[in-house]
Design a protein around this ligand. Structure first.
Ligand SMILES: [Fe+2]
Length: 350
């Protein structure tokens, strides 16, 4: 009886919110795990198929490209969401601070995911990492190592390309500098980087590789997986040329390591199918599942001992910065304020 009424209320919520938000969850039965995802369904399908094959538990994916947290908030207690799938510490910690997640205690999950990649209170867990690296022109940049600090060196004047300083990927990178060096030094550094920009920050990470290919700048800041995506892009083969024009430099390989961010998961606050959602979270935390996922998205599996894809290995070895993502999350606000303070998005000379 309870299950039937729950299913009805979940159904009602799904219908009313599909009117409000334009998309709805596929019809779901009690016990099926409902995933609200910022990641494209085809990226996570192989993983979810494997889970269903092993456990008999079905999953439904609602793909959203914005407003995931707002939607769960609006759905309230009747939200059909069990699991949240997203990328970037900004979005994961944001889901927690907005109150749409709940704590998970599982020895299996904490055994699989090192502490630096999960919330100390169990609200979010990383599954894969991505390095925020330097894309350097193969033709014009002779050096094969670099540090983030060096990006402020006047030798790079007019040679650096970057996307918006307020994009979550850059805010997290800048937050890691704040956490390591303190706000004052981070501010001076960011001012230096801004003065070295070749143009006003624009475009996404791939656009920085394109700009290097076009000769507009010599180095750009970008995530590792885009290099894999560009190298294998059959639909837009011009991106293979952009990838060919660059080499990946892992910053700070000789000292603290390269800043990494995570893709991850969180249990939704009102998860109607909590037991099965926990089973899925435990499955996803396993090395085997992380490898399937990492292969598909060109990221690094988090569980120690698991391996990335051959394409990712071809970039070279990554030494991840050991600073915890929780500490980075706590420095995000200061980093975002610095971006405005130094006028990063206004470009050089501003
Ligand atoms: Fe991305």
């Amino acid at each position: 009886m309870k299950t039937a009424s729950l299913a009805r209320s979940v159904g009602c919520a799904a219908i009313s919110f599909s009117i409000l938000f334009g998309v709805s969850l596929p019809a779901s039965a009690a016990g099926e795990v409902n995933i609200y995802s910022y990641r494209q369904p085809e990226l996570i399908k192989p993983l979810l198929d494997k889970f269903t094959e092993e456990t008999g538990i079905k999953t439904n994916v609602l793909f959203l490209n914005k407003g995931l947290v707002a939607r769960i908030k609006a759905e309230g207690e009747n939200s059909p969401a069990d699991l949240i799938f997203t990328v970037d510490i900004g979005r994961l910690s944001g889901a927690k601070s907005e109150g749409v997640t709940q704590a998970v205690k599982s020895d299996e999950i904490t055994g699989n995911i090192p502490a630096q990649y999960r919330d100390p209170e169990g609200h979010w867990f990383g599954l894969t990492t991505r390095g925020r690296v330097i894309y350097a022109s193969k033709d014009r940049v002779k050096q094969d190592s670099i540090t983030y600090e060096e990006l402020a060196d006047p030798k790079w004047k007019g040679k650096i390309c970057s996307r918006s300083g307020q994009h979550v990927y850059n805010v997290a990178l800048f937050a890691s500098i704040v956490a390591h060096a303190g706000e004052q030094k981070a501010e001076a550094w960011l001012r230096g980087v801004k003065e070295n920009l070749a143009r006003k920050p624009a475009g996404n990470d791939r656009a920085q590789a394109k700009a290097i290919f076009a000769g507009e700048c010599d180095i750009g800041i970008g995530n590792t997986y885009y290099v894999g995506l560009m190298k294998t892009n059959e639909k837009k083969p011009e991106q293979k040329e952009w990838a060919k024009a660059i080499k990946v430099l892992f910053p700070n390989a000789g000292d603290r390591g390269t800043h990494v961010n995570i893709s991850g998961m969180a249990l939704a606050k009102s998860a109607p199918n909590k037991d099965n959602a926990l089973k899925l979270m435990e499955f996803l935390s396993s090395g085997k599942a992380q490898e399937i996922y990492a292969e598909k998205v060109f990221e690094y599996p988090i569980k120690p001992g698991s391996e990335p894809s051959d394409i990712v290995k071809s970039f070279g070895k990554i030494k991840p910065d050991t600073l915890s993502l929780d500490k980075i999350a706590k420095s995000r606000k200061a980093a975002s304020q610095l971006v405005d303070k130094v006028g990063y998005n206004n470009g050089p000379g501003s």
